[in-house]
Write a new protein. Structure first.
Length: 145
């Protein structure tokens, strides 16, 4: 676990899952892929941190969905809040965190839209933020870990 000061706290709607982040957060990436849209009802906006920076302080509602693909999604089984996303390739050391689950405003900003070719027809991406097809983007994790 990091000895860094707490950067953020957050959790689900019913408070059956709570967490704190003790380290830097990546800027937010908006994912418009079909899977993210189906799990959230819209596109997903997520920040990320290294695993060792995330401390789960309440987990009675935490559950994981792991489809055959190489990822898993953490959510609250009581209220349905979507919270975490992990690439399960054995090499990833980061965990994505739903930006909307963070309690207070933190100094992160929307930095990219990914999988824009899969965006729903019910909305337009109309900001000046980087837009890319697929998941390759230029948003990096902060180096100060």
């Amino acid at each position: 676990m990091s000895n860094s000061p707490i950067t953020a706290t957050g959790g689900c709607l019913c408070k059956a899952v709570r967490y704190r982040v003790q380290g830097p957060l990546r800027d937010v990436i908006a994912c418009h892929c079909t899977q993210c849209r189906r799990t959230s009802g819209h596109f997903v906006a997520a920040t990320a941190t290294r695993f060792e920076n995330l401390v789960i302080t309440e987990d009675r509602g935490l559950s994981w969905y792991q489809p055959p693909q190489l990822y898993k999604r953490g959510f609250c089984k009581l209220c349905g809040s979507s919270l975490f996303f992990v690439c399960d390739t054995g090499v990833a050391d980061n965990i994505s965190i739903a930006a909307g689950s963070i309690d207070d405003a933190v100094e992160i900003k929307l930095a990219a839209h990914i999988f824009v070719e899969e965006a729903g027809g019910d909305y337009q991406i109309s900001d000046d933020v980087e837009q890319v097809s697929g998941g390759e983007h230029n948003v990096k994790m902060p180096e100060s870990y």
